[in-house]
Design a protein around this ligand. Structure first.
Ligand SMILES: Nc1ncnc2c1ncn2[C@@H]1O[C@H](COP(=O)(O)OP(=O)(O)OP(=O)(O)O)[C@@H](O)[C@H]1O
Ligand SMILES: [Mg+2]
Length: 244
């Protein structure tokens, strides 16, 4: 194990600065987010606190504009809150240097963005392998083939992303998020552009990876009952959350 990996290991994160339970991988405390639009302020999130259990599947529901993407991005450390704290294994994002937070994301998180964010001029295969190139990590070729097959994109390997349909791009983005077998996958409307058959394939894959690889999922969706037996449902309304 190289030094960087050692630094990012669970043991390191257990050096907790917050009293926290071993069961909880991610938590946030009293998060608020306010946007300034000219003279007016929009309070998108108001005093949101929640806990994400290890190896759990969590759904975030809410109407369009309710703050789902904002909350997901704050939990993932790619956006900052106006107030409050986020903790990975009890360690506060705000007390990490940006480089340490970037390593934490690179080593432990996978992202499926609402707008895919595929790199336009490189092939599907290169897009999927991006996390390995960027983080200087080895990837498992067999696992890459497994993901491509499960997601029905194995024949698209040589294509470039502008040649793909929205649903195909979405499935490539999902393969990319999974490549390094991250501890947490943050997925923003991962089935938003998919038909019911592909939605079923994706949700079954998420459940399989959750069981076999203990991956934690935080999934934003409009679709009620996307995954029947999820651990936790987080509903956002008027900036506040309720948890079921
Ligand atoms: N950078 C920004 N500046 C100002 N307002 C913003 C910004 N980003 C988001 N908002 C506003 O914050 C609110 C929440 O946005 P967000 O993207 O989190 O909603 P959402 O629940 O993900 O919506 P959707 O289901 O349509 O994706 C919206 O009213 C949006 O207009
Ligand atoms: Mg959104």
């Amino acid at each position: 194990m190289n030094k960087n990996n050692e630094i990012m290991s669970d043991r390191f994160y257990y050096n907790s600065e917050k009293r926290h339970s071993d069961e909880i991988i991610l938590s946030c405390d009293d998060i608020s987010k306010t946007y300034e639009n000219g003279n007016s302020l929009t309070n998108v999130l108001k005093h949101v606190s929640l806990e994400i259990k290890k190896e759990s599947i969590n759904m975030i529901y809410g109407k369009s504009g309710s703050g789902k993407t904002t909350l997901l991005n704050i939990l993932a450390g790619i956006d900052t809150a106006s107030q409050g704290n986020v903790y990975y294994m009890g360690n506060r994002y705000n007390s990490m240097k940006e480089s340490k937070l970037a390593k934490l994301r690179g080593n432990n998180y996978g992202f499926v963005f609402q707008a895919y964010h595929l790199i336009p001029r490189i092939s599907v295969e290169e897009n999927i392998l991006c996390p390995a190139y960027i983080n200087g990590k080895k990837y498992d070729r067999e696992y890459y083939y497994f993901l491509s097959k499960e997601l029905g994109i194995e024949k698209l390997r040589k294509k470039v992303s502008y040649q793909l349909s929205g649903g195909e791009q979405q499935r490539v983005a999902i393969a990319r998020a999974m490549l390094l077998n991250p501890k947490i996958v943050f997925a923003d409307e991962p089935t938003g552009n998919l038909d019911s058959e592909n939605t079923k394939i994706i949700t079954q894959l998420f459940c399989k990876l959750n069981k076999e690889y203990k991956t934690t999922f935080i999934i934003v969706t409009h679709e009620e009952n996307l995954i029947e037996n999820c651990t936790q449902i987080i509903r956002i309304k008027d900036g506040e959350i309720t948890i079921e």
